[in-house]
Each structure stands twice: as structure tokens, then as C-alpha cells.
Design a binder for this molecule. Structure first.
Ligand code: GCU
Length: 439
């Protein structure tokens, strides 16, 4: 019944395949033939022809598919409590005001909390637009400013010694600065708001035991199947569509947005949410659920983010569910080595951002994240933008390296590795200028 789009793609991107995780397919000639659901055909076969049908019927239907099969259902939010813990009006040599604000996620001071780090440009007229994104290594890693508090949460240990016994040390200060480009963002008149994702849930299979996910369970959760094997990465009695860690991190982004709605210096109608890699998957899921995010940006988000799962290039559903059993809902494991049975793919997630601008970025040497699959997902979201009277990507072929394209859907593939670079930020700032500063 459903109209399906059939795609078989044969192209090549030259890169150093040896540097990618082994055992995965990186060969376009070995991409299986696959079928994608048309984002404009309802599950019952009805063609979506009007904006109203999209808004009232198809969009909720697609959102529900992602809740049920991939990320799990997010519980109704609890009103958070905010407390400003520091302010420096002369940060960055006088160019910015730096604030730190604790967000008590359950509204209680003895519950889980997330520390926001906020830089607001001093010279720009207020309120200013903002970029909001979660960071991997703690707020103190985002900039070398010694006034930023060290992260208090569990942190992943890295090969260097900046994290010891899963705790931050001063050696981690500024370690991720190249990924944040704070000065450039401020110079362009935007605020930068960030928090460490491990404040919301530590990123390991038992992280849910100490996080929000053990306290805030979705209502009316479907029961675990009889004889179900106790899930890894979720509470023992978790329903098959109960939220995973990506859902919890996305919830944290929405609570940060709750704070921005109260922050006088920031224009809450012009907040771009962005994230890299697993946090790019998170920014997409946050943007899909919470329409207050005015622009959504995915940087090298790959499998479970912007890349089409059905292509099985680089990381597959089985690999991601095995390495990271806590990220998605239990139902997603049904699609291990069975992607073709998915009733969705990631182009439909990108379509959920419409009519808001969305940007998908890839990196040439990041085959694990399947750049071509990221481009194609952006491309196949386009019909929804067109229905809403907007130009989407505006090109049919994947552009060359470092050649950004797109109108309401932006895309680029840059040279280099899996990372967020100055080049990526420059494109996001241009994209935000184009959409936020329209005359
Ligand atoms: C791993 C994982 C990816 C993820 C990435 C990251 O490579 O397999 O899915 O995007 O980590 O978050 O850096």
C-alpha cells in the first residue's frame, strides 16, 4: 500500500578506510537495495496533500514511530528549578558576560542537576540569538577561562589524564575549545549555551541507575514482553518503548530551553540546538520533539542520527545497540541485522524539523557515520519542506568537499576527520545569520 522510494546508490568517496572501525561495510557497491517510506504517505496509504494534514496527522504519526521503535517515549516534563551560581561581566577580555546556572532537573535541590555555562556577547543589542549544545567533557573543557567550574559529574576517561577515576581535573580545562569556537560565536553576536551531557545521564550501560531515567518513568509504559531477557542499559522493568539515554539527554536540552525562556539577554525564539556525533543524534531527537528549537544542527551524527540506517554503511543498528545498549529503546534491538524491517528511517526524523531550518554536516574521513547516508536522509526530507512551501536542499547530488549547499535544509561535507571544527562553526553561523537575521 505504501508508496516507497527505491534507492540503489553507487558512488565512492575516497578516504582512508583502514582508519575506520573494522568489520563494517564502506563499499558503495555493497549497499543493499533498500526501500524508504515516503514521509508524505500515511501508514494507511493516504497521500498527505495539505499543510494541515502534515501538522495534524502525518507529523504526529512519524513522531510516534520514532518514540516506539527507536528513541523511546519521553515522560511528561517536570518543572525544573534554576539557580544562578556565578556571573562575570568581563569574561573573554570584556567581550562577554559569563554565567553559570544550575538546573535542578526534577525541581528538587537533592535531585539530578545540570550546570549550564552561558556566554553572552556584551556589545550586541539584547536579546541575542543563541547556540545551545551539550558537551562531552565538561563545561571547563569548552574554554580555558579558569573561572568556569570543573564538571562535577561522572566523565568518560580518555587516553589523556584530564579525567581521573571518571572525575574532571584542571588538566581538562579548554581541552575541547576547538570544538566550541566561543570567541567566534560571540563576535558574530550570538550567545553560546552548553552543559555536559553526563550531568543528565552518565554515558554507560548503568548510567540510568543514577540518572533522571530511574526517577522519571514514562506513564502508561507498555509492559515488558513475557520471558523478556532483562534489558541491558535500562531499568529491569522497562517497557519496550521506554526512553533511552539519548531521550534523557534530549530532555536535558529542553530543560535548558526552559531556562533560556526566562533569560532576558537571550531571544528564546532564535535558539539553534546543535550537537556532534552521539550528541548530534541527541540534537535531532530534541529538535523533533521540541519545536521551540528554531534551528536544528547535526554534526557528524551518523547511525541513529542523520544517516540512513537501511544503507548499512559504517555503523549498523546491531553495532550501535551492542556497543551502546543504553542509547535507544528496547524495541530498536528488534532491528539488529534487520534494518529493512524498520517502519522508518532517518530522513523522516529530519522531516520532523520542517518548516524549521535544519543543517546536516558530514566529514570526508568519517565513513563510520556514512556521509552519503547523511546527505541522502537530508535529501529525502525535502518533499515535506516543499509541501510547506519551502526550498529544502536545492541540489540532487552530493556536493564536493567544502562546498556547502542548501536553503532551508543545509548540508556540507568537509575535509578531515570526525570532529567539530572552525569550518563547521563558520557554516552554522552563516546559516543562522541567513535564517535568523532575515530582513
Ligand atoms: C562511536 C559511535 C557513534 C557515535 C560516536 C561519538 O563512534 O559508534 O555512533 O556517534 O561514537 O559519539 O563520537
Amino acid at each position: 500500500m505504501w508508496r516507497l522510494i527505491c534507492i540503489l546508490f553507487v558512488v565512492g568517496i575516497s578516504t582512508d578506510i583502514e582508519a575506520q572501525p573494522a568489520g563494517a561495510n564502506y563499499d558503495e557497491a555493497k549497499v543493499p537495495a533498500y526501500l524508504l517510506h515516503d514521509p508524505l504517505i500515511m501508514a494507511d496509504g493516504t497521500l498527505v496533500k495539505t499543510v494541515k494534514q502534515w501538522d495534524k496527522e502525518r507529523r504526529p504519526e512519524i513522531l510516534k514511530l520514532f518514540e516506539t521503535h527507536e528513541y523511546g517515549r519521553t515522560p511528561d516534563p517536570i518543572k525544573p528549578k534554576f539557580e544562578q551560581i556565578s556571573e562575570n561581566k568581563k569574561a573573554l577580555g570584556g567581550k562577554a558576560t559569563r554565567r553559570e546556572v544550575t538546573v535542578f532537573l526534577t525541581g528538587k535541590e537533592d535531585g539530578p542537576a545540570m550546570d549550564l555555562l552561558i556566554f553572552v556577547p556584551n556589545s550586541a543589542p539584547k536579546p541575542v540569538p543563541a547556540f545551545l549544545g551539550l558537551n562531552f567533557a565538561g563545561n571547563h573543557a569548552v574554554h580555558s577561562d579558569p573561572g568556569i567550574a570543573l564538571a562535577r559529574c561522572w566523565l568518560r576517561e580518555t587516553r589523556d589524564v584530564s579525567v581521573t577515576n571518571n572525575r574532571a581535573t584542571d588538566l581538562g580545562r579548554g581541552k575541547e575549545a576547538s570544538r566550541w569556537q566561543v570567541e567566534k560565536v560571540i563576535e558574530r553576536g550570538y550567545a553560546l549555551v552548553t552543559a555536559c551531557y553526563c550531568d543528565i545521564e552518565p554515558d554507560h550501560a548503568d548510567g540510568h541507575k543514577t540518572s533522571l531515567r530511574s526517577m522519571l518513568r514514562p506513564k502508561k509504559s507498555t509492559k515488558p514482553a513475557k520471558n523478556a531477557v532483562p534489558p541491558k542499559g535500562a531499568p529491569a522493568d522497562a517497557g519496550p518503548d521506554e526512553w533511552g539515554a539519548i531521550g534523557a539527554w534530549a530532555y536535558g536540552l529542553s530543560r535548558a530551553m526552559d531556562y533560556l525562556e526566562k533569560e532576558d539577554d537571550i531571544d528564546e525564539k532564535h535558539v539553534a540546538v546543535l550537537g556532534h556525533s552521539r550528541l548530534g543524534k541527541t540534537s535531532l531527537w530534541a529538535g523533533a520533539q521540541d519545536e521551540r528549537f528554531a534551528i536544528v544542527i547535526s554534526n557528524d551524527s551518523g547511525e541513529g542520527g542523520a544517516a540512513l540506517s537501511k544503507r548499512r554503511v559504517g555503523e549498523t543498528v546491531e553495532r550501535i545497540n551492542t556497543s551502546f545498549p543504553h542509547w535507544f529503546c528496547i524495541n530498536f534491538k528488534k532491528y539488529n541485522d534487520n534494518e529493512q524491517a524498520l517502519p522508518l528511517d532517518q530522513h523522516m526524523l529530519i522531516a520532523l524539523m520542517a518548516p524549521r531550518p535544519v543543517y546536516v554536516a558530514s566529514a570526508e574521513k568519517d565513513l563510520w557515520a556514512d556521509p552519503k547516508g547523511e546527505f541522502l536522509a537530508a535529501k529525502h526530507a525535502e518533499p515535506v519542506y516543499r509541501l510547506l512551501g519551502l526550498e529544502g536542499l536545492g541540489v540532487d547530488q552530493m556536493p564536493g568537499l567544502n562546498q556547502p549547499v542548501g536553503k532551508t535544509i543545509g548540508y556540507h561535507i568537509r575535509t578531515g576527520e570526525h570532529d567539530v571544527t572552525e569550518y563547521d562553526w563558520a557554516r552554522y553561523l552563516d546559516f543562522a545569520d541567513r535564517h535568523f537575521k532575515k530582513k
